[in-house]
Design a protein around this ligand. Structure first.
Ligand code: CMC
Length: 434
């Protein structure tokens, strides 16, 4: 990656009676950035920013978010335009290569992904080692990490061809692994990929087909899954992507890095939120219970949160949530579940929260997870698969960000510092003297 950082100005910081000049860079859009790399060397101090609230951890040319305006761009293209006019494979190409493909490039890329969907036959034995009641995310973390044990010819991160092959393999094999993780937990035989199907249809088939009858893909559900994946494909330096970058900064192979991203995604504050949001709607159960629930959310002594609301970056309506809400209605209509009580609870909850000063003052708006759980449930997925679907979709973003980092000449191993507040040096005390 060629740097596009432009020095705009400099800032002077006085530390320990010493003046330090720090460059201020401007990006293509978004806030300026203060380069503090020489701060410790010249000023002898670290910065303190747990949770990275004011820290840009990387220069990136992939995704841009304006949290105040509710804007999300992949390589400059607005998410709503991509969701409406593109498809997941084209978006994968865009994220990886920086530009939309022409017809020939699209065909070649689609073929490469389609022809990497199968898994090594021996790989299936990994699934057998898990308990049948294992959470499919546990199966994903273990099996994706195990890919490195099978595809040795794409683990050399200094070889650009191997990096590309690893990228194709992961985008292609993730639905196959996810389908198997699902089938294993419900005790059904694994379904192999079919090359004549598009990415989303193939995935649906690997999850829902059974040997006893032909599986006919519902085009409305396939398109909904495709759009779900476009919406989740990348989200700049979120927790799991930063985890992938940090793991990759040590030179770890790409399969191991993506496994670390999946592990991070699992948490309820991140990818696990769609599962948590659906559970919350289920617990509320009826519109009449909403006021009591909202009271609990607002009570500082109660740690209940309105799941699917709030975001570290969006302080406006999450642009993905708008698309997801529309998608939710389309899917529920298709499966004849427009009157699902959960949808009623969700819509009422959203209306109340958007007008309640607790949420308004804190700029808490629905995020993508608020409606994605209901949508996935209507498509036939159990809640335990929701984060798995997120992981399948986000794989391309993780890989694009990982590849960008490897190609960045300023890349260094990630090594945050700390402010130590523990015991100062002291001498060991023998057991009988304590
Ligand atoms: N419900 C109730 N109050 C909330 C919520 C919520 N969902 N989110 C934040 N707040 C309150 C919080 O209590 C705090 O209030 P106060 O100032 O009185 O202490 C204030 O808003 C700021 O919250 P914060 O925790 O400091 O904000 P954060 O930026 O660290 O947290 C978040 C962001 C997404 C973790 C948080 O909003 C949250 O827990 N939301 C619910 C989980 C969720 O939906 N996560 C999905 C995120 S989108 C998908 C993804 O990117 O993975």
């Amino acid at each position: 990656m060629q740097t596009k950082l432009r020095t705009k100005a400099s800032a002077t910081l006085t530390v320990n009676n010493k003046q330090i000049e720090l460059p201020v860079y401007e990006g293509a859009v978004g806030p300026d950035v203060l380069d503090i790399r020489k701060l410790y060397g010249e000023g002898g101090v670290f910065t303190y920013d747990p949770g990275y609230q004011s820290t840009a951890s990387a220069e990136s040319q992939i995704t841009y978010i304006d949290g105040d305006e509710g804007v999300l761009l992949y390589r400059g293209y607005p998410i709503d335009q991509l969701a409406e006019q593109s498809n997941f494979i084209e978006v994968c190409y865009l994220l990886l290569h920086g530009e939309l493909p022409d017809a020939e490039q699209y065909k070649t890329f689609e073929k490469a992904i389609t022809h990497h969907t199968m898994l090594h036959a021996q790989f299936d034995r990994f699934f057998e080692g898990f308990r049948r009641d294992a959470h499919p995310m546990a199966v994903m973390v273990g099996t994706v990490g195990a890919l490195a044990a099978f595809y040795h010819d794409s683990t050399d991160i200094d070889d650009s061809y191997q990096r590309m092959v690893a990228s194709h393999r992961m985008i292609a094999k993730m639905p196959t692994i996810a389908g198997r993780a699902f089938k294993y937990t419900i005790g059904q035989p694994f379904v192999s990929p079919r090359n004549e199907l598009d990415y989303a249809s193939n995935f649906l088939r690997m999850c829902f087909a059974v040997p006893a009858e032909d599986y006919v893909v519902n085009p409305v559900l396939a398109r909904a899954l495709d759009v779900f994946m476009i919406l989740h494909a990348d989200h700049e330096q979120n927790a799991s992507t930063s985890t992938v970058r940090l793991a990759g900064s040590s030179g770890a192979n790409p399969f191991a890095c993506i496994a670390s991203g999946i592990a991070c995604l699992w948490g309820p504050a991140h990818g696990g939120a769609n599962e948590a949001a659906l559970k919350m709607l289920d617990d509320i159960g009826d519109v009449k219970n909403i006021p009591d629930f909202i009271k609990r959310v607002k009570d500082p002594g109660d740690d209940v949160r309105l799941m699917g609301f709030g975001h570290r970056v969006y302080k406006n309506y999450d642009p993905r949530a708008k698309v997801m809400q529309k998608l939710c209605h389309a899917v529920l209509k298709e499966v004849g579940a427009e009157n699902d009580p959960m949808l009623k609870v969700a819509m009422e909850l959203e209306k109340i929260a958007l007008n309640d000063e607790y949420f308004v003052n804190r700029k808490l708006y629905p995020n993508i997870d608020f409606y994605s759980g209901i949508t996935l449930k209507a498509m036939g997925f159990p809640t335990s698969m929701f984060t798995v679907l997120f992981a399948v979709a986000r794989t391309v973003g993780w890989i694009a960000q990982w590849a960008e980092m490897i190609e960045d000449p300023s890349q260094k191993i990630g090594r945050p510092r700390q402010i130590y507040t523990g015991a100062p040096r002291r001498d060991f005390v023998a057991m009988d003297k304590r």
